[in-house]
Design a protein around this ligand. Structure first.
Ligand code: PMP
Length: 281
């Protein structure tokens, strides 16, 4: 892996942060994961914009500058030599003696880690995956991509123990999103997904899928829907930077549609694949 810590290239073994980093002590930080295909960044600017918005939400100034972060990301990918890579970005409020209120003076800790992307197995995309549903036990500011991911981690662990690919959250019976993905369903040739409000992360892949849906002339309804609607869906899929567009064929052991990836899902997957071969921004 290629690691940049506060703008400087460091050896992996030397990439250390303080025990009094607020990211470590309070989860007081944000992150992004960006995908690189064939040496091309896939919507890097959308990720950076989301990071900036998240920083504003938590009163954190990105004191190193977004342009510098962008440059470091690009440089790190080139230096890695990886054509297909994941770029992990983490920013925290920095190091200060432990107290809850924000330090008067601290500078951000910021890290960029580039790894070779290991895509999911082809058969997941070909045959679809199983998911389970779990209560959404997170706070109500899920639009902020904070590093406080314990509720997401517990949900993913439950999925793993159930032999499922993903855990889908519901808040009082209303489906929100996956533990690390957004969820779409198809019913009567219409596409449904939770509105981009405070209860979900506004996924970059979600936004790309909405653009694809528009291009394909699909009707899209950004409205909250119940668990019943999920079980009753004709098709379902989850989206994410590393997940891409992943068809779902079973929810809590119950078959979705015909138990194979749906037609509209496959149309969207095909268009998404095309974008990964061209987008460079
Ligand atoms: N929701 C959650 C909770 C996530 O963690 C992620 C992935 N980080 C997503 C949705 C998908 O977002 P994106 O498409 O930007 O990767």
């Amino acid at each position: 892996a290629v690691v940049y810590l506060n703008g400087e290239r460091v050896d992996y073994a030397d990439a250390r942060v303080s025990v009094e980093d607020r990211g470590f002590q309070f989860g007081d930080g944000l992150y992004e994961v960006v995908r690189v295909y064939g040496g091309r960044f896939f919507y890097l600017n959308r990720h950076l914009k989301r990071l900036q918005k998240g920083a504003e939400e938590i009163y954190m100034e990105l004191d190193f500058g977004l342009d510098r972060l962008r440059d470091v990301c690009k440089k790190a990918v080139v230096e890695s030599g990886f054509k297909d890579a994941s770029v992990y970005i983490q920013v925290t409020r920095g190091v200060a003696p432990r107290q809850h209120a924000f330090p008067e003076k601290s500078s951000c800790t910021w890290v960029v880690i580039v790894r070779q992307a290991k895509p999911q197995p082809d058969e997941f995309y070909e045959n679809g995956v199983k998911v389970i549903t779990v209560p959404d036990e997170r706070w109500t500011r899920c639009n902020i991509k904070t590093v406080q991911l314990i509720a997401n981690c517990i949900a993913k662990e439950k999925a793993k123990r159930a032999g499922a690919y993903e855990a889908v959250f519901h808040r009082g019976g209303i489906v929100t999103e996956g533990s690390s993905s957004n969820l779409f369903i198809v019913k009567d040739r219409k596409l449904f997904t939770h509105p981009a409000n405070n209860l979900i992360l506004h996924g970059i892949t979600r936004s790309v899928v909405l653009e694809i849906a528009e291009k394909l002339g699909f009707d899209v309804v950004e409205e909250a829907f119940s668990l019943d609607r999920l079980f009753d869906a004709d098709e379902a899929f989850v989206t994410g930077t590393m997940t891409e567009v992943m068809p779902i064929v079973k929810v809590d052991g119950k078959m979705i549609g015909d138990g194979v990836p749906g037609e509209m899902t496959r149309d969207i997957m095909r268009e998404f694949r095309k974008l990964t071969e061209t987008v460079d921004e």
